[in-house]
Each structure stands twice: as C-alpha cells, then as structure tokens.
Design a protein around this ligand. Structure first.
Ligand code: GN1
Ligand code: MG
Length: 364
C-alpha cells in the first residue's frame, strides 16, 4: 500500500506544519505513526491507519470514541482528585473525525501523549495495583453513559459461542492445510469448550450486567507517567457494551503472565500470583460499589475465560492462514495460541488461590 503520510496529515487540523513521521510498532491490527510538526509547544501527533477489514464501521467506531472521550473529559472536570488524561481526537479540516483517502483507507489523528510509557511486562505489584485501579476507574466513569448510544464496533467480540463456532468452521475448512499440525491444541479446545460457555450463558440470561467496557484491556493500554502514576487508558476501538469480566480477564491474561504473549519456551509461562493479587486489589478498590455478586463470583474465572478465548482466536487465525492478526513468522499465531493455553492450564492449577484472592481483596 502506497502511503503518503505527509499528504494524509495535511487533511487534519494540526498545529504547526508537518515535519516528519516515525512508525510505531504496537498492536496486531492498526498501523501507528508518530508525527512531528514545526510547532515548538506541541507534543506532536499520533496517526493511525484503521484496519477497516476488521473495523467495518469506522464512522460508528469514531463516534463511539468521541462519545467516550467527551464523557470522560466532562466527568474528570468534576473529579479534580482524579488526575487522568483523555485521548484527544484531532478532526479533519472539514470537521470529520477521520479521513478517508482516495484508496479507501481510513485514518485518524490524536494528540500524542508524551512522556508516558506502557508496560509489556508488569515489573512489580505497585504497577499492577495502579493498572487495575485505572481500568476500574475508566469503567466506573463510563457507568452513566447509556450503553445504547454506542455501536458494537465488532459484534460478538467476546462471544465464546460465536468464537467456538468460527473455530469449528475453520477446522472443517482447513484453508491453510494446518489442521494436521495441531491435534493437541484441538483436543485442548474441545475438552474445555463446554465450561467456557458459562459466561455467555449468564449474559444471555441477564444474570451478568452489560456495561460500557473497554474490551481490549491489555496491560500496556494503560499509560504511566515518569512517576509511574497511571495516567491514560488508550486503544479505544472496542469500547462498547460488554461485561466487566472481559476487562478484568484480559488484563490478567496480559499483565499477570510471567512470559510474553508469544514466548516460544512454554516453561516460562505461568500465572504470576502476586501481580494477579495486586491487580485484583486495585481493580476492586475502584469498582467495589458497582460489582454485582455474579460478577464477583466469576472474576477469577474470567482470567481463564479471556485467556482461552484469545488462544482460540489465535488458533483459528492459524488455521485460516493468518488473515486477521499481523504475524512476524508463519507459526506466530500458533505460538501465541500455545502460550494462552499453557497459561489457562496454570490458572486451572491455581483456581482455588485465584478465587481466594478475590474474596480477600473484597475484605480489604
Ligand atoms: C488485538 O491490536 P491489539 O493488540 O490492540 C485484538 C485483541 C487481542 C489482541 C491480542 C480488535 O489487539 O482482541 O486481545 O490483539 N484486537 C482486535 O494480543 O481484535
Ligand atoms: Mg487493541
């Protein structure tokens, strides 16, 4: 794809003239760039190409982000004790929230959040606590934004029934001829499929509340400042109606894994219980007023649920021939799936302790 970044940026209302760009390697879906302008008192911009093969309704998606960021800014204005930053959408010169180029590609621009860092790997329990607290605050601040105003940017995103259905379909199709390589992973999925349907069942029966949730709470989506204060929640593409369990679970999947998402040495993969405990405490601290009994009962299990669903999605994409996630080598999705499944096993072994930690954190 031919990308003229300078030309693309020229359609947005920037401060200063375009000077240069730098590609930022992050995420598996969109492409990101840092944009430097001639303005000396501006941190620059964060340009993103939005993958519209995955996000089919970019207009709805950008409306969601606009509603959410406006709501957060208003709420924070009334809560001076909460020191947070909110992503700022930079509109195009015609007022549009995104730019659709002549090749049919979608672009958006944010103010760059400078002097912040995220954690690919959570280094200590203090960081974990603050991350949990921040994601909890994010959700709590959005609690009074009517969920019906947001579009589902990816319908059935964490719907296990649908994800299992897609997996079985890909297994039957075997588009890339890879089914023969994964007998033990198929067995892993089959043996756990039924228990994983508990959460969708509770949602269907109305026993788990549907709230506005982030739905992609990788730990590195919390940005920390130089003093390690959790300052900003980023990656808002999937903020839409969902269960709080999705947000808790995905943060544990990423933050409390002793290894990275694509570690080849599975012996390094384990659940880091002290990090899990600290995250749980921080999260409960900021959500305890909101959490229902059924949510609490399933909080520990949600970590396993989200780890399983990500493993399932990586494995499905491996079967499909890597059509969804960006990969760096042919078996990358399989490596990712194996890490998730190993982590599920480790969580199974520690299920009792994980449940106990939730209960203890509520007592604090
Ligand atoms: C994708 O691109 P990134 O890293 O923000 C995916 C998430 C997965 C994640 C796995 C829209 O997120 O659901 O958890 O990869 N996002 C989408 O690392 O599918
Ligand atoms: Mg994301």
């Amino acid at each position: 794809m031919n990308r003229n970044i300078k030309e693309i940026v020229s359609h947005f209302n920037t401060k200063g003239d375009y000077l240069s760009f730098k590609k930022i390697i992050t995420g598996h879906i969109n492409d990101s760039y840092y944009i430097k302008t001639s303005s000396t008192d501006h941190p620059g911009y964060f340009l993103q190409w939005i993958n519209s093969n995955i996000f089919k309704d970019v207009n709805g998606l950008m409306n969601n982000i606009s509603l959410v960021t406006n709501h957060l800014s208003e709420k924070l204005a009334h809560h001076p004790e909460l020191v947070f930053k909110v992503l700022e959408i930079i509109p195009c010169s015609d007022g549009n929230k995104y730019y659709l180029d002549a090749q049919g590609q979608y672009w958006r621009l944010y103010t760059f959040i400078d002097n912040m860092h995220g954690y690919e790997f959570v280094e200590n329990t203090e960081i974990a606590y603050k991350g949990g607290e921040a994601f909890g605050i994010f959700m709590s601040l959005l609690a009074d934004l009517p969920a019906g105003r947001l579009t589902d940017t990816i319908p059935d995103f964490h719907n296990m029934e649908k994800r299992l259905g897609n997996f079985y379909h890909s297994l039957n199709t075997d588009a890339a001829g890879r089914k023969k390589d994964i007998p033990s992973e198929i067995e892993f999925v089959m043996s756990r499929a039924e228990q994983m349907l508990l959460i969708p069942k509770l949602i269907k029966e109305g026993k788990l509340p549907v709230r506005i949730t982030h739905n992609d709470t990788k730990f590195n989506n919390v940005l920390f400042d130089a003093n390690d204060h959790a300052m900003c929640i980023v990656d808002l593409d999937t903020v839409m109606p969902g269960s709080i369990l999705f947000d808790f679970g995905d943060a544990i999947r990423t933050g409390a894994n002793t290894a990275l998402e694509d570690e080849r040495d599975l012996s390094k993969v384990d659940i880091n219980l002290p990090i899990y405990e600290a995250y749980t405490q921080g999260f409960i601290q900021s959500t305890r007023q909101t959490l229902t009994k059924v949510e609490i009962e399933n909080l520990a299990f949600s970590a396993r649920f989200m780890t399983f669903i990500m493993g399932l999605r990586f494995l499905t994409d491996f079967l499909d021939g890597d059509t969804y996630y960006r990969t760096q080598y042919p078996e990358h999705n399989l490596v990712r799936a194996r890490v998730q499944f190993r982590l599920v096993e480790q969580m199974e072994k520690n299920a009792g302790k994980m449940q106990q930690i939730v209960l203890q954190s509520l007592g604090n």
